[in-house]
Design a protein around this ligand. Structure first.
Ligand code: ASP
Length: 310
């Protein structure tokens, strides 16, 4: 898919100055040494900096995953991907494909030609995980860790070990070519064929925006977002959903509450998550704004967009 793992720096000594998505996946595999006994086939699905991920790329990726997962002799998939939106792709794939085979996203924090590039190890580890008997579900592999699609979140802007599974904990670790598993593999949820078909056929995703609750918040922001006339003036579709990244346990600044009520009354779906990196929100009886249980704001947004698609 591209990303920093396929990126090139102007100088091997300065890995901060680089362009993502330059090398082909075949180039990455050419340098790979793996203990896993498997045959590797590769396909270049996209070549992007994942900060620019969009529906068309996701649709192509989903189609190719469906294709490869259906081959009886395919044990698992490895997807090289940028770190920036890896958690969104992971969540989407797990929700729509719920695979009984492993689909392993891997990445790098340093470009491929950096003196201390981390991509080769991550790719090697990802192949180990994909080749592990019994492995299933959508996973992320980075810095020796195996994280589940539901939990994985990028929590550091530059560290090689950039991801967290939060309170759920990692699925396991890759150590000397073996997986030491600490938790169950992600369970295949119910088949989402109708939703997958709807997404593959969709010309656009329903518009859902993320709003942060913070000190000195201003309700006019919500009114502007929820106003279809504002959207139309910008040639944008109307907002159909708002995900609120609330403070702490999902609390909302009082300045936003009245405006969110107005938005909800006008038919905009409002869903609450938390801006905290760790900890889960649980629904409570009488919640005025429903809670996206256990989902970060970006994953809650995807969940709401999928719900609004049908
Ligand atoms: N901007 C890059 C990307 O997400 C960052 C990375 O891969 O680490 O594609």
């Amino acid at each position: 898919m591209g990303g920093t793992i396929a990126g090139l720096a102007a100088s091997a000594a300065d890995s901060r100055d680089y362009v993502a998505a330059q090398l082909l996946v075949s180039d990455l595999l050419a340098g790979l040494t793996t203990q896993a006994s498997c045959v590797l086939l590769s396909e270049q699905v996209a070549q992007i900096d994942s900060k620019d991920m969009d529906l068309a790329v996701w649709q192509k990726l989903l189609q190719r995953c469906v294709h490869w997962l259906a081959q009886a002799d395919v044990q698992g998939l490895v997807i090289t991907h940028g770190t920036d939106t890896l958690e969104e792709t992971a969540f989407l794939l797990q929700t729509l494909l719920a695979p009984r085979k492993p689909v392993v996203l891997t990445c790098a924090m340093r470009p491929a030609n950096a003196a201390d590039a981390d991509g080769p190890r991550n790719l090697r580890d990802a192949v180990v995980v994909a080749a592990t008997a019994g492995a299933q579900g959508v996973l992320a592999v980075c810095a020796g860790r195996v994280l589940g699609a539901q939990d994985v979140q990028k929590v550091h802007s530059s560290r090689l070990d950039a991801f967290s599974s939060g309170e759920a904990g990692d699925i396991g670790r890759v150590h000397q070519g073996r997986v030491d598993r600490q938790r169950d593999w992600p369970a295949p949820n119910a088949s989402q064929t109708a939703l997958l078909d709807a997404l593959l056929a969709a010309p656009a995703l329903p518009r859902v925006e993320i709003l942060l609750s913070h000190a000195a918040a201003c309700g006019a922001t919500v009114d502007a977002l929820a106003d279809p006339a504002v959207a139309a003036r910008h040639g944008a579709p109307p907002v159909r959903g708002l995900v609120l990244a609330g403070t702490g346990g999902g609390t909302v600044h009082h300045e936003l509450v009245a405006a969110l009520r107005r938005a909800q009354a006008a038919g905009v779906r409002v869903l609450r998550s938390t801006r905290c990196a760790d900890g889960f929100l649980q629904p409570r009886p009488g919640d005025e704004f429903p809670v996206a249980a256990g989902l970060s704001p970006v994953k809650a947004r995807l969940a709401l967009m999928l719900e609004l698609l049908c």
